[in-house]
Design a protein around this ligand. Sequence first.
Ligand code: G3P
Length: 217
Amino acid sequence: MKFFVDTADVAAIAELNDLGMVDGVTTNPSLILKSGRDILEVTKEICDMVDGPVSAEVVATDADEMIAEGRKLAEIAPNIAVKVPLTWAGLKTCKTLTDAGTMVNVTLCFSANQALIAAKAGATFISPFIGRLDDINLDGMELIADIRAIYDNYGYETNILAASIRSANHMKDAALIGADVATAPPGVIKAMANHVLTDKGLAQFLSDWEKTGQKIL
Ligand code: G3P
């Protein structure tokens, strides 16, 4: 499973990128707000740092303006994936931009039918929001499993990009189901390395090592 980082925080992306853990980046208007940066500037900086796709989201709601915004975002760098909402205008934008060779990430997906219609429109990525479904007592992972089955039934090449990931367990479950990509905040990716028994075992080893009186360096 590929790891995308869900942030516009350049320093946080750089830290993970240096470890080879960044296959791409996703941003959205809320993350741009959080970064306090200009969308065009910060997105260019991220595109220059990361080899994989970098999603930058349009904010228009009608198709013509959305397409114009998408084309402007696509000019930032060759690795831009234009992110569009799963609306009819978003699907029109998806078809137009993918036909022109631009990667498109269709976002705010909350149902299998939405994922199916986005694949028909040629989406490069579909972004089902796991955490937000869990928030309203639905099962985000069940949606990932349904989309996986539908795409596999018909050989759709649209990549399932599990989004709204809130925990390390979400990462594991998305990987078990077979999501192509999961995008997560930096803290969630780092939390995947944690285990209480690792901490306990290390403390024991260090305590025993001190008793040997030895040094390696
Ligand atoms: O990738 C979409 C993501 O940013 C949404 O996450 O936690 O705001 O639902 P969240």
